[in-house]
Design a protein around this ligand. Structure first.
Ligand code: SAM
Length: 230
């Protein structure tokens, strides 16, 4: 029998004390493998995106997709999903009658996967998945926009949306709400929850808030002037 056969090697490994250095090597090796997977498979295309704006891929649950679609019911025209992942929201939006239904996604593997899903469902000519950075997409013509992104980037995204979206646009956020906005409707519970925001109502709220802040500043100025003159 071969003295160096796999059974012998495994038996020896089981009994051998690998020691601190061995543990360190295994830890470093596993860390490297996870990092390689992250860089090569999960996050390619993100090299030019600042680390603070990088959002990992987590697919929306079936219930989350349903809640997003419920909030969009009655809306017409096109739909854009910012960070479209494997394309499930875009595909469902197309099934619900949104045309054109477009997904923007930086990860090329996910763009391929989304196109494959659309092809398998027989809708590949009707939906479109573009490999583009969502921060660079012009949203001035978009009436229906969906996002499922990390809370850390939502506050910055609010500013882009407020600056670009038309007044009659509806924004729907899945899993995490926009931190400073007031939703007009909410669907679902827990991790499957989705929030809808009317752009027009949102702009009115922001205007009122800014107006109140300016009045407070004026009042404070007047009080300081009065104190100074007495
Ligand atoms: C949490 S996943 C959501 C995927 C999909 N929308 C869904 O609901 O199943 C967020 C997605 O946004 C993508 N993403 C993050 N930053 C992006 C950027 N700057 N431009 C385009 N896509 C981005 C990620 O690659 C990831 O697929």
């Amino acid at each position: 029998m071969d003295d160096n056969g796999p059974d012998k090697v495994f038996a020896e490994l089981k009994t051998r004390d690998i020691g601190g250095w061995g543990v360190a090597q295994i830890a470093a090796g596993s860390g490297l493998a996870v990092y390689a997977m992250w860089v090569g498979i999960l996050q390619p295309g993100f090299r030019k995106v600042p680390l603070s704006l990088q959002v990992p891929y987590i697919p929306a649950s079936k219930a989350q997709v349903d809640h997003v679609m419920t909030l969009l019911r009655g809306r017409k025209g096109g739909l854009v999903d910012l960070g479209s992942g494997d394309g499930r929201i875009v595909l469902e939006a197309h099934r619900q009658g949104f045309t054109p239904a477009v997904g923007y996604e930086l990860n090329p593997w996910l763009v391929l996967m989304a196109r494959f899903h659309a092809w398998r469902a027989g809708h590949h000519e009707k939906v479109s998945y573009r490999r583009e950075d969502l921060w660079k997409v012009d949203l001035t013509e978009c009436k229906n926009v969906t996002v499922f992104l990390a809370p850390s980037v939502l506050s910055l995204l609010q500013q882009k949306l407020e600056a670009e979206l038309p007044d009659d646009a509806l924004m729907v956020a899945g899993r995490f709400p926009f931190p400073d906005w007031t939703p007009c409707r909410i669907e679902g519970h827990g991790v499957d929850r989705a929030w809808a925001y009317s752009m027009q109502a949102q702009r009115r709220n922001t205007f009122k808030k800014n107006d109140r802040q300016l009045t407070d500043i004026d009042l404070n100025k007047e009080l300081t002037n009065e104190k100074g003159s007495t």
